[in-house]
Write a protein that binds this ligand. Structure first.
Ligand SMILES: Cc1cc2nc3c(=O)[nH]c(=O)nc-3n(C[C@H](O)[C@H](O)[C@H](O)COP(=O)(O)O)c2cc1C
Ligand SMILES: [Fe+2]
Ligand SMILES: [Fe+2]
Length: 400
């Protein structure tokens, strides 16, 4: 809490806040390093515009930032790029603090503001390509980028500074530790957190992210102001490239994610056998994750990172072991594609796990590198060999 305001360029200030208190973003995704709700103030000669709000609990801090910069002057506009309440929660409090401020959004935004907050007055509806002039050549242009990751999402572009206010796009988990601009920090910690944010929250909408990237293609963007994480300048191109690859469901490397569920260690032995074979075959990035221990958030991020995927699970109460069912639902929901996958299913009396995993393979639009490997009770030498054979076949797909 209570960051200093930071000037990002001659007309743009950072007025966002850090949240190191919330445990789970969207009540689901762990925040071990917090998250920032970024907001910006763009000052023209005549008018000043806030771009995006913050979480409701953080509104007072944002208001103080605005007052510190503007003094007695009032902000004229509140541009809403995205209505998810991590950004829109502060709207009512901002209106109370700055009466008469006009809320700028597209048709869908304005409908949602009415539904969430009962606000229908002092609004300005904008469409794709519309421009809002703040005076002195400071013009903001709006680009509608629906379904990144809500229907109303749009982006705002400031041509004079080649700056894109991108909403959640290019965002990541992790609060800002002192610096705001990527030029002033080591950003290594934020890249895995961008993959995690993307895979958890935006992952389903790769097709729409691609549409948004195509729409932004004609713009020269040298600074990306996302609503979460650092402002990207030094590494703006790297961040755009990462989003492009993730949204095309392209893996980032030729590693393998092994996700297993195991109550008494039998299925785990299959996963271990596969991991050792992959390593012996030359695969260098292998993550072995116990779905009962590692949060789904990190499992999804690994699956979006590596080209290879092995899922191993026992049968439980005549269905798939529930923690693995949650993983499979998570992958199918996000339309994960372009992966080389093998599945192992165990049981003691009725083989359901292998069968259900096979159905999930179809939902992921793949036959798998080998047919599902089924085993009973403790895996015998034959079962372990089948796991090793599957891993070898997978390794060859990745390395050849
Ligand atoms: C609570 C519970 C329910 C189970 N339900 C089934 C089942 O419905 N059908 C089946 O064939 N095996 C069932 N099993 C047996 C396991 O699927 C099987 O023993 C498996 O090999 C366990 O692997 P693990 O040691 O990796 O947990 C169940 C086991 C437990 C503990
Ligand atoms: Fe969002
Ligand atoms: Fe957000």
């Amino acid at each position: 809490m209570y960051m200093e305001t930071v000037r990002i360029s001659s007309d743009v200030y950072y007025i966002g806040v850090n949240d190191r208190t919330t445990h789970r973003f969207e009540a689901m995704w762990p925040l071990p390093s917090g998250v920032s709700y970024n907001s910006y103030l763009v000052c023209g000669r005549d008018k000043a515009a806030i771009i995006d709000g913050v979480e409701k609990a953080c509104a007072q801090e944002q208001i103080e930032h605005i007052r510190a910069i503007l003094g007695d002057r009032r902000p004229d506009y509140l541009i809403i790029n995205h209505m998810e309440p991590d950004h829109s929660g502060a709207i009512s409090l901002l209106r109370q603090a700055f009466p008469g401020i006009r809320i700028v959004g597209n048709l869908q935004t304005l409908n949602m503001i009415k539904g969430f907050y009962g606000i229908a007055d002092d609004t300005l509806k904008v469409g794709n390509g519309d421009t809002l002039e703040l005076g002195g050549g400071v013009d903001l242009t709006f680009y509608l980028t629906p379904m990144v990751h809500w229907p109303e999402t749009m982006m705002t572009y400031l041509a004079t500074e080649q700056t894109l206010f991108a909403g959640d796009a290019f965002g990541c988990f992790g609060a800002l530790n002192g610096a705001v601009l990527d030029t002033d920090m080591n950003t290594d910690r934020y890249f895995p957190e961008m993959v995690r944010y993307y895979s958890n929250i935006v992952g389903k909408y790769g097709v729409f992210v691609q549409k948004a990237l195509a729409c932004l293609e004609p713009l020269t963007v040298t600074t990306i102001c996302s609503t979460h994480g650092p402002v990207w300048r030094r590494q703006a191109a790297k961040v755009i490239d990462l989003y492009d690859r993730l949204s095309r469901y392209q893996p980032l490397d030729n590693g393998v994610t092994i996700v297993y569920g195991s109550m008494y260690g039998n299925t785990e032995r299959m996963a271990e056998a596969a991991a050792q074979t992959l390593a012996a075959e030359g695969v260098r990035d292998i993550s072995v994750l116990n779905a009962s221990v590692t949060h789904l958030s990190y499992i999804l991020a690994e699956a979006f990172t590596h080209r290879g995927l092995i899922i191993a699970a026992p049968t439980y109460s005549d269905t798939l072991f529930p923690p693995i069912a949650a993983v499979m639902e998570g992958l199918v929901t996000r339309n994960l594609r372009n992966r080389e996958i093998a599945v192992f299913g165990g049981c003691t009396w009725s083989q359901r796990a292998a069968k259900i995993l096979q159905e999930y393979l179809q939902a992921l639009d793949t036959e798998g590198v080998v047919p599902p490997v089924a085993f009973k009770q403790a895996p015998d030498a034959g079962a372990l060999d089948a796991a090793r054979d599957a891993a070898r076949t997978l390794a060859h797909k990745l390395i050849d």
